[in-house]
Every structure is written in structure tokens, then in C-alpha cells.
Design a protein around this ligand. Structure first.
Ligand code: SF4
Length: 343
């Protein structure tokens, strides 16, 4: 891929906490090793009592990301809207020059935000974690009476944003209801769904039960597409993380595909050998930076704030940018499954 076509976003955790209690999120079980609660993508290395980097420090770091060639951001957390300055960060990113300003959210607060402010900040895409259209199941999964509120958010903001996408981790048990799920998403105002492959993270805490669940519930993208073809004669084409189909009425159905991943020299000696490989750079709420899905804070990372202060951030980010733009994608997934007995 040539450098001028590089389109991957920096993933920024801007809040170490979440206002839902999803069963699949590590934080739900209480305080993790770093004293964090439900902060799935906040790959921080320091205890939560040490606090977070400030918005201004984050924006200074983002200017360097933009300078080396990154042209999009995705806000994550925890739940990004629990950071009171999330809207300021979105608008400041637009001013820096980031073309894509995306947010992955549980959607709980966005409807109220819109009603209070009468508009959204300069977001180009909102991704809402929406794993099921079954109200009872949704409430059980998210640990509260959240379904109606999230549906209200989608209905409220969808006329005011170009793309509003439902993110769903695809499980085998849900395959038979996929068409119903997609129709429900369309009916409330989503313009797209992203069917995410189930991800295994076979580190030292990986259990036999985890392995069994993955083997039973993992659905390869080919099967998802086959299921959708039963309803509509969908053609799919490759995009950066997987495949995309567009229905006759313009609704986008995306399916991630673990076959396409970037592995560099560092991956050869990795203790995890992850499923996803390197597809982005992540900034944690304490300014920690990594390219790995470092959910247990055990992989290679560096202190971004320190690098900003001692003027080494640009050099470090250039190396990461080069990896993402020049290292070819390879099909690693079968090896990964063999290694961890997941076939
Ligand atoms: S965890 Fe990081 S180093 Fe290990 S395989 Fe994944 S991307 Fe590579």
C-alpha cells in the first residue's frame, strides 16, 4: 500500500471508565490489575490513581501523529462520552486536520447530548456497540436497563450524522437471526452494521472454557456472507479490515476478517501472537502508546507523554507509520488457530 493511500485511524482511549457493565468486558469483574473499571481499550500501564493525561497534552500528541501522516482518529475508552471534554477533542482534531473523526461508544449519553446542545461535534462516524436487537438479552449483556436509551440515541442522532454504524460481535448462536437483526438496525436509523469476528486472546489467563467458547461460537466472515446471501444477493468486496456489501437500499454490511493482518519483526518473538496483528496505533488515558492489542498491559509500549516532552515522539511514530504503510498483510489466521488448538 502506498503511503498516500494510508487510511488507518489512531485509536485513542479518552476515558478509563464506562457507564455500562458489559459481561464481556474485563472491568465488569471489579478492579483489574491497574485498578481500572470496564476500560476495555484503555491500555494504560500506570495505576488509575495516577490520573490521565490532560486534553491539551493529548492534542499536542495528536499534532505529532498528524505530522507523521495519520489522518483519522477513533475515540474509545472506557466509554468516551464519560470524558467531559470529548466534544472538544473531536472539534480540535478537526482543526488539526484529521479527516476522519470517529467514535466507538455504547450510545447511552449521546441522545441526551444532542438534545442539550442541538448538534453533534464534528464527528464523521459514530459506531455504537449493539450486539443484539433482543431487549432482554441486551439489558442482561450490558448490566442495566440500557436498550431503550440506546435505541433512542440512534433514532435521535441518525438524521444528523452521515454514518451511524452498529458494531456486533458475530456469534454462531446468532447466525440464524442475522437478517432480523439487520432489519431492526435499519428500522431504528442505523446506516451500517459491522459484524466483528470473535477475538481470542490466548495469554496466560486464557482458560479451557475460553477456548471452548471460541471454537463453538467463532463464525468466519465467509459464513456470515453466505447467510446474508440467502436473503439478498449481496456482492462483497474487500476493504481495509475485511469485506463490505451494500444492499439495494444503500445499507452497508461490513464483516471483519482475521485473515488479513500485519505482522512485523516484533511479532516473531511475541508472547501472545495475537489474532489481530498490527492495524492501528493506540493511545491510552495515561499516554501509553502501542500497536498491540495489549489488553493485559504486558506487551511492547512506550510512554507517549515522556516522548513528547523529550522530543522523541515524532521519530517513534514515524517507525509505526512505516510499519502500517509498508509491511505487507499476510494470512496468519490458520497458524494462529493451529498454535492455540482453535481449529
Ligand atoms: S500482540 Fe503485538 S507483537 Fe504480538 S503478534 Fe500481536 S501485534 Fe504482533
Amino acid at each position: 500500500m502506498s503511503e498516500n493511500k494510508f487510511q488507518r485511524n489512531v485509536r485513542i482511549a479518552i476515558s478509563p471508565v464506562c457507564n455500562m457493565k458489559c459481561i464481556y468486558c474485563e472491568g465488569n469483574s471489579g478492579f483489574g490489575k491497574n485498578g481500572r473499571t470496564a476500560a476495555m481499550e484503555d491500555i494504560r500501564r500506570t495505576p488509575i490513581c495516577n490520573g490521565n493525561i490532560t486534553t491539551n497534552e493529548l492534542l499536542e500528541m495528536l499534532k505529532v501523529f498528524y505530522k507523521v501522516g495519520f489522518n483519522g482518529i477513533t475515540l474509545t475508552g472506557g466509554e468516551p462520552t464519560t470524558n467531559k471534554e470529548w466534544d472538544k477533542i473531536v472539534n480540535a482534531a478537526a482543526n488539526i486536520g484529521f479527516e476522519r473523526r470517529e467514535m466507538t461508544t455504547n450510545g447511552l449519553l449521546l441522545g441526551d447530548y444532542f438534545r442539550t446542545h442541538g448538534k453533534l461535534p464534528k464527528l464523521t462516524l459514530v459506531k455504537i456497540s449493539f450486539d443484539t436487537d433482543n431487549k432482554e438479552e441486551f439489558n442482561k449483556m450490558t448490566g442495566g436497563n440500557n436498550f431503550d436509551k440506546v435505541v433512542d440515541t440512534v433514532k435521535t442522532i441518525s438524521p444528523h450524522i452521515d454514518i451511524i454504524r452498529a458494531n456486533k460481535v458475530m456469534l454462531r448462536k446468532d447466525l440464524k437471526d442475522l437478517n432480523r437483526y439487520i432489519n431492526f438496525c435499519k428500522s431504528i436509523g442505523f446506516t451500517a452494521v459491522n459484524l466483528l469476528e470473535l477475538v481470542a486472546y490466548p495469554n496466560s489467563t486464557w482458560t479451557e472454557e475460553n477456548r471452548k467458547f471460541f471454537k463453538e461460537q467463532f463464525v468466519p466472515y465467509e459464513e456470515m456472507i453466505q447467510e446474508l446471501r440467502k436473503v439478498e444477493n449481496l456482492e462483497s468486496k474487500r476493504y481495509k479490515y475485511g469485506h463490505i456489501s451494500i444492499t439495494k437500499d444503500g445499507f452497508q454490511i461490513m464483516a471483519t476478517d482475521s485473515k488479513y493482518t500485519i505482522r512485523d519483526e516484533q511479532c516473531k518473538n511475541c508472547p501472545i501472537d495475537c489474532q489481530q496483528g498490527k492495524f492501528t496505533v493506540r493511545i491510552a488515558t495515561d499516554g501509553n502508546i502501542t500497536m498491540c492489542p495489549d489488553y493485559k498491559s504486558e506487551l511492547v509500549s512506550f510512554n507517549g507523554l515522556e516522548a513528547l516532552k523529550n522530543d522523541t515522539l515524532e521519530e517513534k511514530l514515524r517507525k509505526m507509520f512505516k510499519t502500517l504503510t509498508t509491511v505487507p498483510e499476510i494470512d496468519w489466521f490458520d497458524q494462529f488457530r493451529k498454535k492455540y488448538d482453535l481449529l
